[in-house]
Design a protein around this ligand. Structure first.
Ligand code: ADP
Length: 847
């Protein structure tokens, strides 16, 4: 069963298999789902792979060869979960359909691939995560600039973004956009491809063509050649390789990163904006807390706002104003929320209308969404919000009149269209039900005519209508009745009669026509929806924004948030700030903290024991700033903030983003990135910088980086450290010491989580180790060693550069002392031994 497709003798193949081969030749990289009657079948390597991945039985098919061709299959009506599973594993699936009705076919039924589904081009919203956009991108490198053209086919959005020749920035952007699939022009950048594909699981395709002519409207207003090329490149892949219909694509939006607060991928991860660091889950992330939206579109919009906080003061305060208004008009807001609850994922329904398998249930979702538009519009007007959209009442009326309320998923089973919508359909239905009524009354008539009391009229799909007579009474059937025996069962026999057949033909004929007519009517309704696609998408966009704003207003109420004040001065003045997620999740009472940095303060140098809350304090500031700039109220009693341009963080354990590098290397790379890109309007968070290397090394680096950031860049910085020596830097202009308090009680450390001015000089490391359950023996020994070091430190002369030199011209007679000294391992002596040694040395020196 390991027959290879390319190795078989094609001349021997049956005509059916020859047709398969020709189609498969066109799709070597995809798994070909080949429609045969009620099944999709997969052959050769595709069959073997799918039987493994989908846990299907591998069988064989006679195809003219000596051996049977490996094959597996799935029923057409339940194909979706199988395709879903394969696509999520990164395979591409080509769906090959019968292009004509087998009944009408002269010879072989015409077949062809109707579409290709890959990770980045899924359209069915059931297969997608409603919180996320699903982007596919073309990346072209033109004159040193990477042009990223990306689109979410399920919604029809299209964007372009430039990244100037900087590979790290490119990777950062790709990860931040969460691209699922990328199309490159060639495979020259081998290392990049390898990293994206193997480390980040992004589907990479190479495609060296551009699509001409089709969809020109997408770029007709664009001058830059590289943008046009980007679009044509992406389109080629989508249209030619994946056979997509793209009539719902919107005109391209050129993204200007300078309009948004810049955060690199470390920052996004460290601050747990979209998923937690440890479990990589949405629960307990910031978006999890903020997302109280009612619609999927609103949820994606809010995520987008959080990923791209604004820098324009007017746009930011406009969102505050809306939140404020919603909080005032809370009854109206609740009603609005009820309306929004009725709205389905219009955006993706639009995508499905154009390039998916729209069914009647989807159309009902569109209808129900449209139904509440007038009510939403009215409330928006009362609130004074500037959104304006059509209420699409014509389309609503059409759908209300036409679509049956409880339709099946399939389009070839009837029950799509309501009575009264189409005259011809109503007539056919009358014929059908007339026939059915007649048959229903036939039972009574025949019982009377024949006198057989147990006579029944029934129906099966295979035999059609029949007259059933129990075994005991079969003898009473007379020739004159005109019954013809069809089937014998254990305790009855089934007959047909000419009259029954005549009526049956009428019913079945009507039935067939009904199904076809309903299908055609449905298709023409779909066309009408298509004509409204761009209006519907505009509505969807407005609804998404309204929903996102409502969510922020709800969160502001729920979590006691405050409207920030944005000023043009370089002042950070936060009173009683909180970390919104830690506050929700932590079992203990959350301790609110101020964060005050006046115009002249650039840096807060934070000291305090481990576990006291230093990094929470730092994250808290960043999150308050991000929330403020996304247009949200913030967790504090009061917050005055400037607008920041970029946020850099180096917090906590390094994640394994850059695999293969040591922790310290990663730390230094992240720090370098911050230093190289920060401006005076940026925010930097450095947590325990330098701890990844030897003490003096680390401390020196920490100090010089701190000086550089404070003096040369002059941005706002929070710098936590347990090098207490650094607190002396407060003498420098712009640096202020703060510390997080802790105190000792009965040998146990208690954290207050309160940030106060000044520095601390105790680190309580051993106490934290005790909290962690370290064995007493280890703790006692650590105390001893600590005491030794502390006493050494006090005795040590103050260092300065002149004193850090060694005198090599030691007098000869001191050699014994030196020998003895070199034997001592301070970490292995007990205090008792130390005293004895000291005594011994003293004696030696006298000699
Ligand atoms: P550090 O960075 O100083 O080692 P963390 O910021 O990681 O400390 O905080 C240690 C623990 O203290 C965390 O579990 C956190 O939940 C809790 N914590 C931090 N800040 C506060 C606070 N302001 N109020 C209450 N608990 C806090």
């Amino acid at each position: 069963m390991d027959m290879k497709r390319n190795e078989v003798d094609r001349s021997k193949l049956s005509p059916g298999m020859k047709q398969y081969m020709e189609i498969k030749d066109e799709h070597p990289d995809e798994l070909l789902f080949y429609r045969l009657g009620d099944f999709y079948e997969l052959f050769f390597e595709d069959g073997i792979l799918c039987s493994r991945e989908l846990e299907l039985t591998l069988t064989g098919k006679n195809a003219g060869l000596e051996e049977r061709v490996p094959m597996c299959g799935v029923p057409f009506h339940s194909v979706k979960p199988y395709i879903e599973k394969l696509v999520s594993k990164g395979y591409k699936v080509a769906i090959c359909e019968q292009l004509e009705d087998p009944k009408d076919a002269k010879g072989m039924v015409k077949r062809g691939v109707v579409q290709v589904v890959s990770k980045g081009t899924v359209v069915d919203y059931e297969m997608l995560n409603e919180y996320d956009n699903n982007y596919i991108a073309s990346i072209l490198k033109i004159n040193g600039t990477y042009t990223i053209t990306y689109s979410d086919i399920s919604t029809g959005s299209l964007y372009i973004l430039d990244v100037y020749d900087d590979k790290n920035k490119l990777i950062d952007t790709i990860l931040n956009l969460n691209l699922k699939e990328i199309v490159l022009y060639d495979n020259e950048e081998f290392e990049l491809i390898d990293l994206l594909r193997n480390t980040y699981g992004i589907d990479i395709n190479i495609c060296g063509n551009y699509l001409e002519d089709k969809y020109e409207y997408l770029y007709k207003d664009i001058k830059e050649m590289r943008y046009i090329l980007g679009i044509k490149h992406l389109l080629y892949y989508l249209v030619v390789k994946e056979l997509k219909e793209l009539d719902h694509l919107e005109k391209v939006t050129i993204v200007n990163p300078l309009e948004y607060l810049e955060m690199d991928v470390h920052t996004v991860r460290n601050l747990e904006l979209f998923e937690t660091l440890r479990l990589k889950e949405r629960t307990y992330s910031l978006i999890w807390l903020l997302d109280k939206t009612k619609t999927a579109m609103g949820s994606r919009m809010l995520k987008n706002w959080l990923a791209n906080p604004l820098k324009d003061k007017d746009k930011i305060t406009n969102r505050y104003d809306m939140i404020g208004k919603l909080r005032e008009e809370f009854i109206l807001k609740d009603e609005l929320l009820n309306d929004l609850d009725q709205v389905y994922d219009l955006e993706r329904l639009c995508g499905k209308t154009v390039c998916g398998n729209l069914n009647a249930r989807d159309v009902l979702q569109i209808k129900r969404s449209l139904k509440v538009l007038p009510s939403i519009l009215e409330k928006i007007k009362t609130l004074g919000f500037k959104y304006q959209f059509s209420d699409e009442h014509e389309l609503y009326n059409l759908l209300e009149e036409s679509i049956y309320e409880d339709p099946p998923i399939g389009l070839k089973e009837g029950y799509l269209i309501k009575d009264g919508y189409n005259k011809e359909l109503d007539e056919l239905k009358a014929i059908r039900s007339g026939g059915k009524d007649f048959i229903a009354s036939l039972e009574e008539q025949e019982r009377e005519r024949t006198g057989i009391k147990t006579l029944k009229v029934g129906y099966t799909k295979v035999f059609g209508y029949y007259i059933e007579i129990s075994k005991g009474q079969v003898k009473d059937v007379k020739d004159e009745y005109g019954y013809e025996r069809r089937q014998t069962l254990t305790n009855c026999e089934r007959f047909i009669s000419p009259l029954l057949k005549e009526k049956e033909a009428l019913i079945l004929n009507a039935e067939e026509k009904i199904i076809e007519l309903e299908y055609n009517l449905f298709m023409s309704i779909k066309e009408k929806i298509k004509k409204e696609i761009f209006t519907l998408k505009a509505i969807a966009n407005d609804i998404a924004e309204i929903d996102a704003i409502c969510s922020l207003a709800t969160v502001a109420d729920l979590y006691n948030l405050v409207r920030p004040e944005i000023t043009d001065e370089r002042i950070v003045d936060i009173e009683e700030g909180r970390h919104p997620v830690v506050e929700r999740v932590s079992k203990n009472e959350y301790v609110a903290n101020d964060c005050k940095m006046d115009k002249h303060t650039n840096t807060l140098l934070i000291t305090g024991p481990n576990m006291s809350g230093k990094s929470t304090f730092m994250r808290q500031l960043a999150i308050i700033i991000i929330m403020a700039q996304m247009g949200s109220y913030v967790p504090a009693k009061k917050a005055i903030l400037p607008i920041f341009d970029k946020i850099f963080t180096r917090i906590g354990a390094s994640d394994d983003l850059v695999s293969g590098e040591s922790t310290f290397m990663v730390e230094m790379m992240e720090a370098r990135n911050a230093i190289a890109n920060a401006t005076s309007d940026s925010l930097i968070l450095f947590d325990e910088l330098g701890r990844g290397t030897a003490t003096y090394d680390g401390m020196s680096l920490a100090q010089s980086i701190l000086e550089y950031v404070n003096n040369d860049i002059g941005c706002k910085t929070l710098f936590s450290t347990h090098y207490h020596e650094l607190t002396a830097l407060e003498e420098l202009k712009g640096i202020k010491n703060v510390h997080v308090e802790a105190y000792l009680k009965d040998g146990n450390v208690t954290f207050l989580h309160k940030v106060s001015p000044g520095a601390v000089d105790k680190s309580y490391g051993i106490h934290v180790a005790k909290l962690a359950g370290m064995p007493p023996k280890v703790l006692e020994r650590a105390e001893e060693v600590l005491n030794y070091y502390e006493s050494q430190d006090e005795k040590a002369p103050k260092r300065n550069s002149e004193q850090v030199s060694f005198d090599f011209d030691e007098p000869k007679q001191n050699n014994k002392v030196m020998d003895k000294l070199s034997e001592i391992d301070p970490l292995k002596v007990t205090p008792m031994d130390a005293i004895n040694l000291l005594y011994e040395l003293k004696e030696l020196s006298k000699k």
